[in-house]
Design a protein. Structure first.
Ligand code: GLC
Length: 361
């Protein structure tokens, strides 16, 4: 049995980090099919990577035809297409049902098909999942509920897995003289990840702090990034907030012992929330928005300071509470880290992914 892992994006967002893990743990005969070169291919360079390469500027129609033949060749002789996102799922559907290909499809649903993220289109996508030989894996219970309430089929929840050798759990920074709380935010720059709201909330904080904002504007959110920078200047936060862009080796940064708190302030429910798991596995408490997959990760732990992004002022309240208590919750952080390490392990991911692929075949 041959599985084609199919991705359109090769920039390292959450979905691509997860794909690297899923690809590595899969025990079946496999290949990667990608529609562009990028950091994801560099990470899997030793694997069977099949990447579409553009032939220069010869017009959109020509490009589409070339991509089409590339995929046609890649999908021949394949038994299963594992689609790592919405676009690849829809493209696989077209190949399967318009060109009568015999492969089965697994769509790993990594987005929440709720009204906030997708509006009306979610119902059409939901209905499409009832076509024969379409199988679903959800990255959280929340993503599962969102799709089924959009008329989608049910599927299995397989959580992302994390390697404890990478996420070592160094914990808080050594107590420093200035007593300043060192914070970091790690999600990619995007309006729904709420960086602008975070800066606004920080404007209301009297306590001494420092924030390193990492994460790239990976999918063309450059204007949003400029807006964040303008807001930082407007609120006189230049000395406290530093934007450092995309970080290749996030585990080393989070495990450097240089931070006390991780901030993940999405304004819409996070389908899963890899950044939250990474923070906790690094031994750090989090401030995060309530709801979505985050709730499944942190439960009601006191090492997680949750806020409702729809209520004005809640974020600053959560920030103040977290800043005031980070040094007094080391036991809670350790308990949460142990729970999260168990629930989101690479071992569980390997077992569940191979079981599901085996079942579908
Ligand atoms: C998507 C989701 C994010 C999740 C990631 C991995 O990027 O938005 O919440 O962590 O997929 O499943």
């Amino acid at each position: 049995m041959k599985v084609a892992f199919f991705t359109n994006s090769t920039k390292m967002g959450g979905a691509e980090h997860s794909l690297v893990d899923v690809y590595r743990v899969c025990n079946f005969d496999k290949k990667l099919v990608a529609l562009e070169f990028g950091p994801l291919i560099e990470r899997l360079i030793e694997e069977d990577c099949n990447v579409y390469s553009s032939r220069g500027k010869r017009g959109i129609l020509f490009e589409v035809c070339l991509k089409f033949t590339f995929l046609y060749r890649q999908f021949s002789g394949v038994d299963l297409v594992y689609a790592n996102g919405n676009k690849t799922y829809l493209i696989s559907l077209v190949y399967k049902f318009i060109f009568f290909r015999r492969f089965k499809i697994i769509w790993h649903v990594r987005d929440a098909f709720d009204k906030h993220h997708f509006g009306f289109i979610r119902f059409l996508v939901g209905l499409s999942t009832h076509l024969p030989n379409v199988n679903l894996i959800f990255n959280s219970e929340y993503s599962g509920r969102a799709l089924t309430s959009s008329f989608g089929r049910t599927g299995v929840v397989i959580y992302n897995g994390f390697d404890l050798n990478t996420w070592r759990g160094v914990g808080l920074s050594p107590k420093n003289k200035s007593d300043k709380v060192r914070m970091i935010s790690t999600s990619r720059i995007s309006p729904w990840k709420g960086q602008l709201e975070l800066i606004e909330a920080l404007g209301d904080i009297e306590e001494d702090f420092e924030l390193i904002m990492c994460g790239g504007a990976l999918f063309g959110e450059d204007d949003y990034l400029k807006e964040i920078k303008r807001k930082i200047t407007l609120l006189n936060l230049e000395d406290k907030v530093k934007i450092i862009g995309n970080v290749d080796d996030l585990p080393s940064l989070l495990n450097s012992g240089g931070f006390d708190l991780v901030l993940h302030t999405a304004v819409l429910p996070e389908p899963f929330g890899r950044c939250v798991v990474e923070a906790i596995l690094s031994g750090l408490p989090v401030v995060a928005s309530k709801g979505g997959g985050v709730q499944e990760i942190v439960g009601d732990s006191e090492a997680a300071f949750l806020f409702d992004p729809d209520i004005r002022g809640e974020l600053s309240k959560a920030l103040r509470k977290a800043i005031g208590s980070v040094r007094n919750i080391e036991t809670e952080i350790q308990i949460l880290r142990d729970e999260v390490a168990n629930k989101f392990s690479i071992r569980e991911l390997a077992i569940n992914i191979n079981k599901e692929i085996g079942r579908v075949k």
